[in-house]
Write a protein that binds this ligand. Structure first.
Ligand code: IPE
Ligand code: IPE
Ligand code: MG
Length: 248
């Protein structure tokens, strides 16, 4: 047992200490594979197994919302074979695991733009959302074809259209209305954003929603993520003092 595990067994976390909403930037699949002399696509395959471990942990710890960054709007610029592999793995993952989600009371929601997605991907999204819509446990939000800047532009446009049509007045625009106009409408802001692979940036993930999120970074590549990593994440988060601009 490593020291982080010894320090924080699950029993040491009381429910009110735990984050309600965890955002995860699953990064480092390609480097994980390259470090093993494998093709990058092998890293994405191994990354799916790590994702299953993450979901299992989130269910075990009764986390209410888990938002994972699975494919950014910028990731289309990667070589076509890598993009196709990632999309194929995602479709396979949803198809094979949706039954397990239902068994574990996990509700799936996809966050991102639908513009330009082909029919088979759209069907996969609709199926996953529809088949799990009655689930009331963990809500798994999959940020797919997601970019926070276009999310905010879309919100600005939809609000502008409502002002132009007279449905709302300029003074009705406030932080709450803006939040409710984002893809993440109805979700609480993430308490913590976790990123693997040593990179310390958001890469266009939840820019508006992360205003007061805690950030936790780890050096491991995403395919190496496991339960011990999850415990280290919880341990780091529970040690933070959140102030939201107030005094302690
Ligand atoms: C994360 O791993 C998966 C996606 C972005 C889809 P990467 O593919 O970015 O792996 P690295 O960062 O190149 O190692
Ligand atoms: C962010 O990782 C997107 C996902 C994890 C899906 P990237 O690997 O695309 O980010 P950069 O390019 O290192 O900023
Ligand atoms: Mg990366």
């Amino acid at each position: 047992m490593d020291s982080a595990l010894a320090k924080s067994t699950p029993l040491e976390f009381t429910p009110d200490q735990l984050p309600v909403h965890i955002g995860v930037i699953m990064d480092g699949n390609g480097r994980w594979a390259q470090a093993r002399g494998k093709h990058r696509t092998e890293g994405h395959r191994a990354g799916v197994e790590a994702l299953r471990r993450l979901i299992t942990c989130a269910v075990e710890f009764d986390i209410k919302y888990l938002t994972i960054f699975s494919f950014s709007s910028e990731n289309w610029q990667r070589p076509a074979d890598e993009v196709n592999t990632i999309l194929g793995l995602m479709k396979k993952f949803v198809a094979s695991d949706v039954g397990t989600f239902v068994q574990n009371n996990v509700r799936v929601r996809i966050l991102g733009s639908r513009v330009g997605l082909n029919n088979s991907v759209l069907k996969m999204i609709d199926d996953a959302e529809q088949r799990t819509q009655h689930c009331t446990g963990l809500q798994l939000n999959v940020a797919f074809n997601y970019g926070a800047r276009s999310e905010m532009l879309d919100a600005a446009k939809s609000i502008a259209a409502k002002v132009a049509s007279g449905e709302i007045q300029l003074d009705d625009i406030d932080e709450n209305l803006f939040s409710q106009s984002l893809y993440t409408t109805g979700l609480p802001d993430p308490d913590v954003i976790f990123r693997t692979s040593g990179e310390q940036r958001l890469s266009n993930f939840l820019l508006w929603q992360a205003a007061y999120s805690e950030f936790v970074f780890s050096e491991e590549y995403w395919p190496d993520f496991d339960r011990a990593s999850f415990l280290r994440l919880l341990d780091a988060y529970t040690g933070r003092k959140r102030r939201f601009g107030c005094v302690g």
